[in-house]
Design a protein around this ligand. Structure first.
Ligand code: ATP
Length: 255
């Protein structure tokens, strides 16, 4: 499957109480691609992420990771296959240090431990040392070295996003779904986050990026998919897509 997409969704649909959040969405992420997913509030982007990551079952449709059907699998199994995701609002364990948070699993929004597939009690002191070394390297890569022994509660929103990314990278994912890494982040940190995302992609990780920050989308992505009302509205180069009258209308309708 070296040529095929690393992540493919076909005909995904999902309703909540009879209201369709996502309808017949297909999406394909190529090997090494950094693909943007945009759309007005309520377009269904997060619902797509939840289905792709395995934390929400689709009503219909099929999801493949590296050519394998994973539709019936949960988030932990998908993470072990190489698909990791971040959340819009990361929830690190506040009393644990940055290092401990990266070494251990963490909670999703509902408080369930869904992303801890990589965390197993160390088999030996050697394993423990290796895991700690890897965590230190990732914390350094994500610019948090100076905070490594600090409790996660002292981190800013942007730093929590970096911490969450470090935690996910412990599993060596091949595909990462990033949910609004720029939201609520100060301009200096935003610049650094963009740089880290580009570097991660350059290291061979394929990335699907939900982002409202269009500067980030246009700078990082060569292709973007636009969702509105649960469906694909357009896709193409960011510069073309943002001029598309249907896309402009969808965003204005949201205002
Ligand atoms: P935003 O940019 O604001 O994060 P989004 O594009 O991620 O929006 P979703 O969060 O996927 O959109 O929401 C799509 C629709 O599905 C919305 O109308 C939302 O209210 C609805 N929805 C999502 N999750 C649930 C749920 N668990 N129960 C009921 N309705 C839901």
């Amino acid at each position: 499957h070296r040529e095929g997409p690393v992540l493919a969704a076909r005909g995904l649909s999902r309703s909540f109480q009879g209201i369709q959040a996502v309808g017949d969405m297909s999406l394909s992420l190529g090997r090494g691609e950094l693909l943007g997913l945009i759309g007005p509030n309520g377009a269904g982007k997060t619902t797509m992420f939840n289905m792709l990551a395995g934390s929400l079952a689709p009503d219909s449709g099929r999801i493949e990771v590296m050519g394998q059907d994973v539709t019936g699998e949960g988030a932990e199994r998908r993470l072990s296959r190489g698909l990791g995701r971040t959340f819009q609002i990361p929830r690190p364990f506040p009393q644990m240090t940055v290092l401990e948070n990266v070494l251990c699993g963490a909670q999703d929004q509902s408080g369930e431990k869904v992303m801890s597939a990589f965390f197993r009690p160390a088999q030996s002191r050697k394993d423990e040392a290796r895991a700690t070394e890897k965590a230190r390297h990732l914390i350094d890569f994500l610019l948090l070295s100076h905070l490594i022994e600090q409790p996660a509660s002292v981190l800013s929103g942007g730093q929590r996003k970096l911490l969450e990314l470090a935690r996910i990278l412990m599993a060596d994912p091949k595909v990462v779904l990033l949910d609004e890494p720029a939201a609520g982040v100060n301009p200096t940190l935003l610049e650094q986050i963009m740089e880290r995302v580009v570097e991660l992609n350059a290291r061979g990780v394929s990335i699907l990026l939900i982002e409202h920050n269009m500067e980030m989308i246009t700078r990082l992505c060569s292709r973007v998919v636009v969702m509105a009302l649960g469906r694909e509205l357009a896709q193409g180069a960011p510069a073309d897509v943002i001029r598309d009258p249907a896309v402009v209308r969808a965003y204005l309708g949201d205002a």
